[in-house]
Design a binder for this molecule. Structure first.
Ligand code: 6GU
Length: 273
């Protein structure tokens, strides 16, 4: 996969040299190019922003530098043999970035990121490139960052770990929290490693039993506990067909029951802690 990032803070993308993404690059599975947007500014102050039409606070990133930067980035990529670019525009007003979006992007050969500072980029830029390639405007959560660079780090890491050969063990993301499939959208439960006793705290007996069926069931029960506690919305939205008899027993113990539509909700008679 090729990734281009155009930014006014190239140094903000330094973490892409580290850890999983850094290793994927070193292994040749990921080709990351970071470009300084100011290289396409033309006045002596390297200006890339201007005041918003209609008034109001803040500054808007100008069409000129972005247009030239993206034209050049596209031309260089095509020249190097890259194909089928997708433009990924991080913005708090984008669609939520989820594991499903990460999986979709990981199947593409070429991503171009346009993290913005100030109040965002003149809308005509995305409108223009949307006539040439798919454009995904994405937000990484319901809070406001000073710019999209941190979102580029987040999205790149989520995508890179899904690339073939980047995680040693393909099974390691089959049971991720938010992985698609039968385990759909349960959070992962607690994990333990050696030593077997630490400050008076032991390991649940089942994990030492060697009984794989019981261990799998225990893990799923703990996943239900944690999901009910941290993300009850995931249980409410889940397709109840994904829940077997044991799942339903666990949900009942946790104070959840199926409503008339089959979906699960908190049992109003259950006692709160
Ligand atoms: Cl992608 N950008 C900014 N500036 N803030 C955000 C965001 C992105 N996602 C959530 N908040």
């Amino acid at each position: 996969m090729r990734i281009d990032v155009v930014t006014i803070f190239p140094e903000y993308l330094e973490p892409l040299n580290v850890s999983l993404v850094g290793k994927a690059r070193a292994a040749g599975r990921l080709d990351v190019r970071v470009h300084d947007l100011r290289g396409w500014a033309h006045d002596r102050h390297n200006t890339v922003d201007d005041t918003p039409y209609g008034g109001g606070p803040g500054m808007v990133m100008m069409t000129g530098p972005w247009g030239e930067a993206l034209d050049q980035t596209l031309a260089d990529g095509y020249e190097a043999g890259a194909r089928q670019p997708v433009l990924v525009v991080p913005t708090p007003s984008g669609r939520p970035f989820t594991q499903a979006v990460a999986a979709e992007l990981s199947a593409r050969p070429w991503l171009i990121f346009t993290p913005a500072r100030y109040e965002g980029i003149d809308t005509r830029v995305t409108a223009e490139y949307a006539t040439r390639m798919p454009v995904h405007e994405v937000s990484i959560g319901d809070y406001v960052l000073a710019g999209g660079e941190a979102a580029v780090l987040v999205i790149t890491e989520a995508v890179a770990r899904l690339l073939p050969g980047v995680l040693g063990n393909a099974q390691s993301h089959a049971d991720d929290s938010f992985a698609p499939g039968p385990m759909a959208s349960l959070l992962e439960g607690p994990v333990y490693t050696k030593p077997p006793a630490w400050r008076g705290r032991g390991i649940p007996d089942v994990l030492l039993s060697g009984h794989h069926g019981k261990i799998a069931r225990w893990r799923r029960d703990e996943a239900f506990r944690r999901t009910v506690e941290h993300r009850p919305d995931l249980i409410e939205q889940a397709d109840p067909a994904a829940f077997d008899k044991k799942d339903r027993e666990m949900l009942s113990i946790l104070g959840w029951q199926a409503g008339p539509d089959g979906r699960f909700g908190r049992n109003p008679d259950a006692m709160e802690e």
